[in-house]
Write a protein that binds this ligand. Structure first.
Ligand code: CMP
Length: 139
């Protein structure tokens, strides 16, 4: 099924010059980048984005981290792209991520895990609309 998902190259990925590395892996996998921009989230914007995690022990820390510097947000498109991109990213905890995945190779802890990806069609819709307006979502 043709789907869209939201990808974020997090502040650790941007500051460690991993934008090209992530984009290369997406393009090599035949995933289409349908929109892309650099943003710097405020603490409030990060809290809104991670609202589903409100109340969890890592909520304050992850929203501090996500507002600590610029991120790159992308809309990815393709068949089954939600699952395919999650496979390329690897598990949230890089120590449990499969060999060869972005997080296994580049994450430095469970929080600074380089990339984010939506986990369902419903969340992808919310997350895409959180960062992109209708003029930026091309099709
Ligand atoms: P992400 O996939 O963007 O979703 C929530 C983020 O919170 C996660 O990646 C990590 O960056 C961060 N995080 C920190 N600690 C945890 C944890 N114990 N479980 C899940 N996510 C965590």
């Amino acid at each position: 099924m043709r789907e869209k998902t939201l990808s974020i190259i997090k502040p650790d990925g941007v500051s460690r010059n991993l934008i090209g590395e992530v984009v290369k892996r997406l393009e090599s996998a035949g995933i289409e980048i349908a929109a892309m921009k650099m943003i710097w989230m405020t603490k409030e914007q990060a809290k809104g984005f991670y609202k589903v995690h409100e109340g969890k022990p890592f909520y304050e820390s992850v929203t501090d981290f996500m507002s600590s510097g610029p991120s790159v947000v992308m809309i990815l498109k393709g068949d089954d792209v939600i699952k395919r991109y999650r496979k390329i990213m690897g598990a949230t905890n890089y120590e449990e991520a499969e060999e060869g995945t972005i997080r296994r190779e580049f994450a430095t802890d469970i929080e600074k895990n380089v990339v984010h990806g939506s986990d369902s069609v419903e969340n992808a819709k919310f997350e895409i609309n959180y960062f992109f307006n209708s003029l930026e979502i091309l099709k």
